[in-house]
Design a binder for this molecule. Structure first.
Ligand SMILES: Nc1ncnc2c1ncn2[C@@H]1O[C@H](COP(=O)(O)OP(=O)(O)OP(=O)(O)O)[C@@H](O)[C@H]1O
Length: 715
């Protein structure tokens, strides 16, 4: 209806429940009119320095535009109010618009910012026309870090301003998704990869001409390092160039894997819940919003399918049908699964290769899901390794996958152990040294807030792996434990280093900042780091770069490139009992208002100059279990990452502590296949031949072989 209908009386109301037949008020031909925000974001280059309000004021709006904006922005009270003069409408809209900007804490300086405006104060520049900061080409001239370090009250409000600005930006990024421009080249693809592109070309042709897809459920299987993710990026570029932005989504199971291909996690996009216990259908507004958000999608790429279990697959299929509002298989979208069934299998779900015989004891629901697996319409198998040019190493990987390692492999690995003993880089050695000093001499620690004694005494595992006390020291490696914003590179598993810790005025390490009822207490740690690196071409070292741009970051496959500013600000309601007497700090009364300020290189490129830092707010998270609830920072000290988190990555070096049990299929294979050669591998414990070949003892071993054979028949 377009007009606000509350607080006024109508003679009659027409309620249209079919949103598809709605036509926006402003366009008689049904074409969607862009909002001022949308127009602003896509503005011409010449207008790049215009702040939002200037843009709105300067823009040439048609009379009809003014009418519509007035109708949308200004609540309708009566006919006289509606029939006012256009100039009045314009100023009324301006006023409301101004209000919105104030609510959003967007600074609406009416002056047009100009780079040549050298007379203006530096700090002023940081505050004005904040939205134009979104333009990456505009670089603040001075480091904002200096401003952030000085936590006097005045500067704190500046900090809060930045926080709010970035909060808005983060929300905006969450809505718009990552800006992807993969730097990959179709010309590099080998014959096997090209055959997938040929298949895709036919499908794109069908979509363009509105023909239904002949095959819409396709699997790309290939051993570790055969270029599945690389191919996915090429396919993404190909589709975008033919069907436009938004026509394809990239999904992956884990945050790290999603980040590796600039995608989203499956559960977040498809609303399957964090612990996906049961499938819940979307209804009403939720469904409409979901469908609208992804209305342009024609293709869905899902990386690392080995992580996806049968039930999970069924839910994905179901949700895609909801998304497309269609009963066709996977909603009729062109769905591509990329992965390797020899790699890690799903947790708490059945892998696709589980044979039909194995699940007869099940009540039949799993058998039905398995039928869905059997619906795969085509398979492409990649065999040529791109990660490694060492043929011996590639065939060794093949032997690990099928459990056929030999004694000579073992000898070779023992040899290796002696040679590679000192392969830690200087930085890594320093980081380990810091780890050793950390617990003896913590420079800062952050305690979790527990709601009862049981929660206080509970183990870290109970609290989703989050620590009751988080110790920080310079050089400490930290890992994010929640998906915060995957499109900005902040996902569960992102790793960084603490670069420095800044205390609130007068405080010195190792003391914990004291509570001050008047001024908020702040502990700031700047965490900066690059963790796991990826190599594009074997033997081609990554050029060192302190500030990689997004494209280069993607090309080199940096993952978890994370800079974090940690700030603990206590709300005025906070009580200090927790710090003063840890024995009583589970009392439940104390209210902490944690803010973890966090930024990544991607954010960095948008907002700050080479030396500057601007932060993004990050709230504490809650972990609840039977016995209690803990609220703490969503990151933990990390000197290693799990093998599950490493799947999909290419690492330059690997120190591997494999544990004493192969608790899931593919553990050793995935771990070892992260590197390109023997020489980049260091095993921290002896592995017996039995262990190397233990996949053969798995009850699923033969089902997996059968599944692979079956996939071959579909090529
Ligand atoms: N056609 C290609 N040309 C150049 N480099 C390639 C090509 N295909 C893959 N690569 C490079 O090989 C490495 C491994 O590729 P990628 O990560 O895509 O393999 P993958 O099959 O997805 O591995 P995993 O199964 O372990 O996730 C990457 O560094 C990638 O850039």
């Amino acid at each position: 209806m377009g007009y606000k209908h509350y607080s006024c009386t109508r003679d009659f109301i027409v309620i249209n429940l079919n949103q598809f037949s709605w036509v926006p008020l402003n366009e008689p031909d049904g074409k969607k009119k862009k909002t001022v925000f949308e127009t602003y974001i896509n503005k011409d280059k010449e207008l790049k320095h215009y702040c939002l309000l200037s843009f709105w004021k300067e823009s040439e709006l048609t009379e009809q535009d003014v009418d519509v904006l007035h109708a949308v922005f200004v609540p309708w009270k009566d006919n006289d109010h509606l029939n006012i003069d256009r100039n009045e409408k314009r100023s009324a809209v301006s006023e409301v618009f101004f209000e919105i900007c104030c609510i959003l804490n967007i600074n609406v300086d009416t002056n047009v910012y100009s780079d040549s405006d050298s007379s203006s104060d530096e700090s002023d520049n940081n505050e004005k026309d904040v939205l134009s900061n979104y333009n990456p080409s505009r670089e603040p001239k001075n480091s904002t870090l200096d401003v952030l370090i000085d936590f006097t009250y005045g500067n704190l409000s500046k900090l809060m301003m930045n926080i709010i600005t970035f909060k808005n930006y983060m929300t905006y990024k969450k809505c718009t998704g990552p800006e992807i421009n993969f730097d990959v080249d179709l010309d590099n693809l080998n014959e096997q990869q090209m055959s997938v592109i040929n298949c895709l070309t036919d499908q794109v042709h069908c979509v363009k001409n509105n023909f239904p897809l002949q095959q819409n459920y396709i699997l790309v299987q290939g051993g570790a390092g055969t270029g599945k993710s690389y191919l996915l990026m090429c396919m993404y570029n190909f589709i975008i160039s033919h069907l436009g932005t938004g026509s394809v989504i990239i999904l992956s199971h884990t945050g790290v894997a999603a980040q590796n291909v600039s995608g989203y996690t499956i559960n977040s996009v498809l609303h399957l819940g964090r612990n996906y216990k049961s499938f819940v259908s979307l209804t009403g507004d939720d469904l409409i919003q979901f469908q609208n958000k992804w209305r342009l999608v024609k293709f869905v790429f899902i990386d690392e399918y080995s992580f996806i279990g049968c039930r999970h697959l069924a839910w994905i299929e179901n949700r895609l049908r909801q998304m497309a509002d269609s009963n066709s298989l996977f909603g009729g979208y062109g769905v591509y699964f990329f992965g390797d069934c020899n790699q890690l299998s799903p947790i708490g779900d059945s892998p696709w290769f589980i044979s039909m015989e194995n699940c007869m004891s099940d009540n039949g629901s799993l058998s039905r899901v398995l039928l869905l697996v059997r619906h795969i319409q085509a398979t492409h198998i990649l065999t040529q390794s791109h990660r490694s040019s060492n043929i011996d190493f590639v065939s060794f990987l093949g032997r690990i996958a099928v459990g056929e390692c030999t004694k000579s492999d073992l000898n070779c690995l023992n040899d290796l152990k002696k040679r590679n003993i000192n392969m830690l880089s200087h930085k890594e050695r320093k980081s380990f040294a810091n780890a050793l000093t950390l617990y003896g001499n913590p420079v800062a620690f952050v305690k979790a807030q527990n709601n009862c004694e049981a929660a206080f005494k509970g183990s870290d595992e109970n609290a989703d792996g989050l620590n009751n006390t988080l110790y920080l020291s310079i050089g400490a490696k930290v890992m994010l434990r929640r998906n915060f914003n995957v499109s900005l590179g902040l996902s569960n598993g992102s790793i960084g280093y603490v670069k420095r810790i800044i205390y609130y005025s007068g405080q010195q390490p190792p003391s914990v900042p004291a509570f001050d009822a008047v001024k908020p207490e702040c502990l700031v740690a700047e965490v900066c780091g690059r963790c796991l690196q990826k190599r594009r071409n074997p033997g081609n070292p990554i050029p060192k770069s302190e500030v990689p741009d997004t494209q280069r970051e993607r090309r080199q496959g940096h993952f978890g490139l994370l800079n974090v500013n940690v700030s603990l600000a206590r709300s005025s309601r906070a009580e200090c009992s927790r710090d003063l007497n840890p024995r009583h700090n589970y009392g439940g009364k104390c209210v902490y208002n944690f803010l973890l300020l966090i930024y990544t290189r991607r954010v960095y490129n948008h907002f700050v100059s080479e030396n500057g830092v601007i932060d993004v707010p990050f709230k504490s998270v809650m972990a609840s279990w039977m016995k209690g609830t803990t609220r703490c920072m969503p990151f933990v000290l990390s000197w290693a990452c799990t093998i599950h988190k490493s799947q999909s990555l290419t690492l330059s070096k690997l120190n591997l502590d494999i544990g004493n049990k192969e608790f899931t299929l593919g553990l050793l294979y995935v771990a070892i296949s992260r590197v390109s050669d023997y020489k980049n591998l260091m095993l921290l414990r002896n592995i017996s031949l039995d262990r190397w070949n233990c996949v053969k003892k798995s009850k699923y071993y033969f089902s997996r072989l059968k599944f692979l054979d079956w996939l071959e028949t579909l090529t």
